[in-house]
Design a protein around this ligand. Structure first.
Ligand SMILES: Cc1cc2nc3c(=O)[nH]c(=O)nc-3n(C[C@H](O)[C@H](O)[C@H](O)COP(=O)(O)OP(=O)(O)OC[C@H]3O[C@@H](n4cnc5c(N)ncnc54)[C@H](O)[C@@H]3O)c2cc1C
Length: 412
């Protein structure tokens, strides 16, 4: 780190004249802004308030929203922290199609007319946004990759902590081994190895003269639930700018004519208890699943799984595979977010993506051999032990105290 008082004097090395503002890409599904977008706006506001104070600047949080009949949503985005909303309202944008959205978002990101309306002082040298946020959901993960490819920069995916800092970096490739200063760097943290390790990802320009090139915007996708939204303030003032997209024939090769969403077959919402299992079943998968089935029948619980199991990683009877190892049972950011009264996590380490799906459970019990597993921080009762030993004892004890008829009452 370098001293703050010297920061304004620094050539920040990231071509500060060419890159400005924070773009937050908003997802609208069936006329509704997804909650993660409000969380992203809250974090963008916090970071840009810090940025403007620290660097004595006036860079904006710009929400970008695509769709049809979306103008009414724009003021809400201002209430939640945006300074500016750029919206593209067009029948071709009614349903999200990656190719079409990539083109429109990239065009907005590089549009000097928009910048001249927001901050005329920056327009002469403006090339691209300084920072960009997408949601780390099924839409945003794909979209962020294609937009950043179009904008010729890098991307950190599934981020859950962010800071803006000035750093001194010495890197064989980026700086040719010299210690060089980088200003206004977005430090993007993401959980790895089931949450046991936090990786910091930096998107840095190459300052090595032999391979000189810029990497902007500094962009990431953000895990839903990682940040809190701001309290909406209906008095907040902001600027709305309409962008009229231009499409040619090849942009509209894919057309969505209609869309219906299949209802989840696994109905977690009507169960008071959910029991989930993870890779910890590995030593005796079929026997362990039988024990978990017995426990679920006794307690009237529905069964969930961690994400890796949905990839059918164990050799199992096909009936078991097709019943349990399916995406519809996954708990977490890639699956369901559930709110049972009791959640029992068996052989699950507690990676952040999993926790996001169950953290609203009222009471959490974990069975795990490793007391350092992150799930310990989320549970009310931690049973240290092998499920092969713990489950039979638990089942016998529950059988002793509960009558089968009581099971009927276990549904919400
Ligand atoms: C983009 C992205 C999205 C993701 N989305 C999700 C998601 O929605 N949901 C999700 O679950 N994961 C998700 N993941 C994966 C997540 O990061 C973890 O890798 C995953 O949750 C780990 O699964 P696990 O806990 O079953 O396995 P592990 O992390 O391997 O944990 C197994 C646990 O079992 C314990 N154990 C071992 N033997 C026994 C035994 N005999 N008895 C009891 N305990 C035992 C171990 O101590 C360990 O804690 C996502 C990852 C990425 C990159």
């Amino acid at each position: 780190m370098i001293e703050n008082k010297k920061l304004s004097d620094l050539e920040d090395g990231n071509n500060s004249n060419s890159y400005h503002h924070m773009l937050v890409i908003i997802e609208v599904v069936d006329g509704v802004v997804l909650p993660v977008n409000y969380e992203m706006l809250g974090e963008a506001r916090r970071l840009m308030d810090f940025f403007n104070k620290q660097y004595n600047s006036n860079e904006k949080v710009i929400a970008v929203v695509l769709g049809q009949n979306i103008k009414d949503l724009c003021n809400e985005l201002i209430n939640y922290g945006a300074d500016v909303v750029v919206y593209a309202d067009d029948p071709n944008l009614r349903y999200m199609v990656n190719q079409t959205s990539t083109k429109v978002i990239s065009s907005i990101a590089m549009d000097k007319d928009i910048i001249s309306k927001i901050s005329p002082d920056f327009v002469n040298h403006y090339k691209k946004p300084r920072y960009m946020f997408f949601a780390a959901d099924s839409i945003g993960r794909h979209l962020s990759a294609t937009v950043l490819a179009e904008l010729d920069s890098g991307l950190a995916s599934d981020v859950n902590k962010l800071e803006i800092s000035d750093l001194e970096i010495k890197h064989q490739h980026k700086t040719k081994g010299n210690a060089l200063k980088y200003g206004k760097v977005l430090e993007m943290y993401r959980p790895d190895f089931s949450g046991f390790l936090w990786t910091t990802i930096l998107c840095l320009d190459n300052k090595n003269p032999e391979i000189r090139r810029d990497f902007h915007p500094q962009a990431c996708s953000i895990i839903p639930g990682a940040f809190a939204p701001l309290e909406p303030d209906p008095k907040r003032k902001g600027q709305l700018i309409e962008f009229t997209p231009k499409f040619d024939k090849k942009d509209l090769k894919i057309k969505v004519l209609n869309r219906s969403i299949d209802k989840d077959k696994i109905d977690f919402d009507s169960f008071k208890i959910v029991i989930s299992f993870g890779k910890g079943i590995k030593e005796f998968p079929e026997d362990n699943i039988k024990l978990i089935e017995t426990l679920s029948k006794l307690t009237g619980a529905e069964i969930g799984i961690s994400l890796p199991l949905s990839k059918k990683i164990f050799k199992l009877d096909e009936k078991i595979n097709s019943k349990y190892m399916i995406p519809g049972r996954v708990i977490g950011t890639s699956g369901r977010k559930i709110t049972p009264k009791i959640y029992i996590a068996i052989g699950i380490s507690g990676a952040i993506q999993h926790i996001e799906g169950m953290k609203e459970a009222e009471f959490v019990i974990a069975i795990n051999t490793d007391e350092n597993a992150p799930i310990i921080n989320e549970c009310d009762i931690f049973i240290k032990g092998k499920m092969e030993d713990v489950l039979p004892v638990l089942i016998e004890e529950i059988k002793r105290i509960i009558s089968p008829l009581e099971v009927q009452a276990k549904r919400k």
